[in-house]
Design a protein around this ligand. Structure first.
Ligand code: DOR
Ligand code: ZN
Length: 425
């Protein structure tokens, strides 16, 4: 395996260091052999590999939209070294066997670590608990019916109690199906009314967040709130954290940068669940991410085929891809605006998701000798107009197409191997 010496690289804390990679580990430069590849990394930065708590890899069953191989290649290009693969595949990841199978596939074909997320309920149907214990034995710590919300409070209560025994986490896609039903697709707003799109009010999210926080108070089970999209949900999560309840939350890059205005052209690329909202909500999310009420950035990378997107807006499938531009968007909205420093970015995109997903023994680690060589080498100055045609994802539902954004990632190393870049950075 190639040994690497990245000379004079800047770290998130502002320090400069030579980073030496040998085998799967970071080592002292003196430990490298004479054939190591040296890179002058002056002006470049290295960050711990990013960890995505919310990736739809679509395999099994949706291989036309994405596979474990293509999705994790996109992840590597985005600077990620680990992805949590959501359970809403076909078949659903709701058994120990399905989880083991996906983990194996990840080991064979992944360009990053693939951690299966287990379903909370069988078939995501919201009725009967899935094989939570068996999935845990197969290595699953994070459970979610994502794509759907667990509507039944009693089912959610039982699931929180169950996973509490082994320290599991329930990641909830918070959406009240009566307030935001199947056709709901646009933030309830003046624009939505004018466009004639069925409304998805913020309360459909925050009502579930409030309910689940009450269930956490009741059970002591651990809750993670997926893709928070509203100021009201932020208020509730702040309230829960002030009471030291075991609640964490994530925000997506698209909810930080994009808004309801994108829907003006009825381009279904911008249809996503929960929907893009107004600047007031995005601003609350950026603030919450800066002050830690929201713990992590997660992509909700949701690849779809053109056939699934090429429909009237209210019928098209919701979801947009995000792995390749997530770091760029967080850089643009949070770091370049001075809201967050580099250490904050590392915490929200690497260390905190690694802790929440229970992989912090080997992911999201500081870049020091003895640690696994999971890292991303970046040029924070580089920019480019995003072109969806060049994506490594199989899908083309890229909401950043045509935007001028940072293009920071030069190379990604996972367990010492260059999973992106390598030859030409
Ligand atoms: O927009 C979304 N797409 N939101 C979800 O919760 C699920 C996802 C998907 O699987 O396509
Ligand atoms: Zn979701």
């Amino acid at each position: 395996m190639t040994e690497w010496l990245l000379r004079g690289v800047r770290l998130a804390d502002g320090g400069r260091r030579d980073l030496a990679i040998k085998g799967e580990l970071l080592v002292e430069a003196a430990d490298l052999g004479p054939n190591r590849r040296a890179v002058e990394a002056d002006g470049l930065m290295a960050l711990p590999g990013l960890v995505d708590l919310h990736t739809h890899l679509r395999q099994p069953g949706g291989e036309e939209a994405e596979t474990v191989a293509s999705g994790t290649r996109a992840a590597a290009r985005g600077g990620y070294t680990a992805c949590f693969a959501m359970a809403n595949t076909d078949p659903v990841t709701d058994t120990g066997e399905a989880a083991s199978h996906l983990a194996d596939l990840g080991r064979r074909e992944g360009w990053a670590e693939v951690r299966p997320v287990g379903a909370i309920t069988k078939g995501l149907a919201g009725q009967e608990l899935a094989e939570l214990g068996l999935m845990h034995r197969a290595g699953v710590d994070l459970f979610s019916d994502d794509g759907r919300c667990v509507q039944n409070a009693q089912v959610m209560r039982r699931a929180l109690e169950y996973v509490k025994d082994f320290g599991g986490v329930l990641a909830q896609h918070s959406q009240d199906d009566d307030l935001a039903g199947p056709g709901a697709c646009c933030h309830e707003s003046a624009i939505g009314g004018r466009l004639g799109l069925p409304p998805w009010p913020p309360a459909a999210e925050s009502a579930i967040v409030a309910r689940d926080i009450e269930l956490v108070r009741l059970t002591g089970g651990r809750l993670h709130v997926c893709h928070v999209s509203s100021a009201e949900s932020v208020d509730l999560i702040r309230w829960a954290k002030a009471r030291r309840l075991p609640v964490t939350a994530e925000v997506t890059p698209h909810h930080l940068l994009l808004g309801t205005v994108e829907l003006e052209g009825y381009d279904t690329t911008y249809k996503v669940n929960p929907p893009l909202r107004t600047e007031e909500h995005s601003e609350a999310l950026r603030q919450a991410l800066a002050d830690g009420v929201i713990d992590a950035v997660a992509t909700d990378h949701a690849p779809h085929t053109p056939q699934d997107k090429d429909h009237p807006f209210d019928v098209a499938r919701p979801g947009m891809i995000g792995l390749e531009q997530a770091l760029a968007v967080v850089l643009e909205t949070m770091v370049l605006t001075g809201r967050m420093d580099w250490s904050g970015l590392v915490e929200r995109m690497s260390a905190a998701p690694a802790r929440i997903g229970r992989v912090s023994d080997h992911q999201g680690r500081p870049l020091e000798p003895g640690q696994p060589a999971n890292l991303v080498l970046i040029d924070p100055q580089r920019r480019r107009t995003v072109d969806k045609a060049t994506s490594l994802s199989l899908a083309r539902n890229n909401p950043y197409h045509g935007r001028d954004l940072p293009d920071p990632v030069l190379a990604t190393f996972w367990r010492g191997r260059a999973t992106y870049g390598g030859d030409d950075f």
